[in-house]
Design a protein around this ligand. Sequence first.
Ligand code: CA
Length: 476
Amino acid sequence: MRKIKYLFVVVFILVACTTKEKRKNSELVKLEDNISKPNIIIILTDDQGYGDVGFNGCKDIPTPNIDRIATNGVKFTNGYVTYAVCGPSRAGLITGRYQDRFGFCRNPLFAPKDVNMGLPLTEQTIAEELKGADYQTMAIGKWHLGAHEQLRPLNRGFDEFFGFLTGGHNYFPEDLVFNDLSELNGQWDPYRTKLLRNNSRIDEKEYLTDALSREAVSFVEKNKSNPFFLYLAFNAPHTPLQATDKYLERFNHIKDKNRKTYAAMVSAVDDGVGKLLDRLEALGVEKNTLVFFLSDNGGAKNNSSDNGELRDGKSSLYEGGIRVPFALQWPGKISKGIIYEEPVISLDIAATAMELAQVTPKNELDGINLIPFLTNKRNGIPHQKLFWRKYDDQSMAIRHGNMKLVQYKTPDKVLYNLKEDKGETIALKDSISHNLLFNSYKEWNAKNSDPNFLGLIHGKKYDSLYPGRWKEVEKY
Ligand code: CA
């Protein structure tokens, strides 16, 4: 009897040890799995010109911290967004799909009662996809993808939100006077709402850009042990041109008042980027964090930005509207100092993030994982062709290799060779290339949708169709 009891105890200890070992192993696998999933940060600026970062040759606005990203990793000389203004460009970026596929073809109106005014619920954001891979997610700053409750960040895959819902915002805290959407009466009033922390309005004390940077640092601190996804969408340097003395004093050498304020706003972003990068280093997560930096469209006329050699700016389908400052770093995986000249596009961010997180997207993506191209694991180029459409202007553009066919405010489509003619000044007479590119565009466009909603340019029409637009809005 004693022997049997002894045997039972030995078996019990063995089973307990094995179970403990198994649990330990599974915890280790989970930990290793999480380590293999990099953190993802997207730093998006608003209406910043191609020429307004040091890594693209800016002379009057130092951007040492934004430049760190390009120096520590990759500078893309041909980095594009999918549209030349804010809303549609963000819809493409956050889904990884050309927004024309799902009818987000124009800047939305601010219409918190309208569930169709924003990113359709059939679409999945990067955050929704990464949630499936146990990522902690946060959106900071400008949303602009819908103000209806169902379209807000917390219902689109984000665990946390700090920012504002509309297409722009005032920067000084004393200007933020509206406590609730029900107090608003016009399209530009949302620029002066108090900021939202999740579902609550807060009394912010700091200059907007500093507040957004502070929240970004706090989020990575809280989540240093999790895989995390941070979408940091600065409002700067979008109008209104507003900066504090702290930043303005750095630019006394700039005589033009607007350019000086713009420079100060970019400098505030740069300080914030520096704080965030410093904190990633201090927390020891820098090597496993992939950081993207880009602007949502080219520099605008009204903010005194500079698109360098590129033609035109915001709103245009010439290069100045769609080619943007674009860089990434991932120190654990990607070599320093790469200059990548093949065309890439904001759509690639979602594709890269989802593949690294090992999730299968619900919808077909238009971007591609850039990492194998940057580590020489894959030959060739990410994209044979890139496409742009401005539905309301009946404008189009396609880039194939160095050739670009564009129709923007001209009666005809015009062909340029971007390698020899970055500024799109010499119209080429090559009917074969012309036809080839236009046929490709037509093939792509055949799968696109008409707009889902009336846009910023249809404010009066929308008001007449929906006279209660500003009334009876639920509290938020
Ligand atoms: Ca913009």
